[in-house]
Design a protein around this ligand. Structure first.
Ligand code: AMP
Length: 122
């Protein structure tokens, strides 16, 4: 699979400081910030700073340091926001079938309420 990264996507602009964000946590390789249209009391996006389109792209091509930093940041955000005890959900939409809106890898961390079942019937 060949991945093409569009540097004009909105999260690339956030990373370049061209548009603001509500940062939860920033590390060497990763940025976590609040979703602008939260769908739960906790709705945080975690993105790598590198130019990766999807989760599979990131896992295939990112360095070990980037991957470890990303995974640890997810854990730190869950701890900071206190979602682990009552439960939370991690979602990463990739490509057309998942209706990925922003073509820069992001995982959604959702929590703070009962989230219902994972998928609705098609
Ligand atoms: P997805 O459909 O998985 O690509 O989700 C993209 C997410 O990005 C949506 O939940 C949007 O609300 C969110 N989003 C779009 N623009 C911004 C922004 N400027 N700051 C924070 N979140 C954003």
């Amino acid at each position: 699979m060949a991945y093409t990264y569009d540097p004009q996507n909105i999260f690339a602009k956030i990373l370049r400081g061209e548009i603001p964000n509500k940062t939860v946590l920033e590390t060497e390789h990763t940025l976590a910030f609040h979703d602008i249209y939260p769908q739960a009391p906790v709705h945080v996006l975690v993105i790598p700073k590198g130019p990766y389109v999807t989760y599979d792209h990131f896992c295939a091509e990112a360095s070990d340091a980037e991957i470890v930093d990303y995974a640890r940041t997810v854990a730190r955000v869950c701890d900071m926001l206190g979602v682990a005890e009552d439960g939370w959900r991690l979602i990463s939409n990739a490509g057309a079938n998942a209706i990925q809106e922003v073509p820069h890898l992001h995982v959604h961390i959702l929590g703070g309420r009962n989230l219902g079942r994972m998928l609705q019937p098609a």
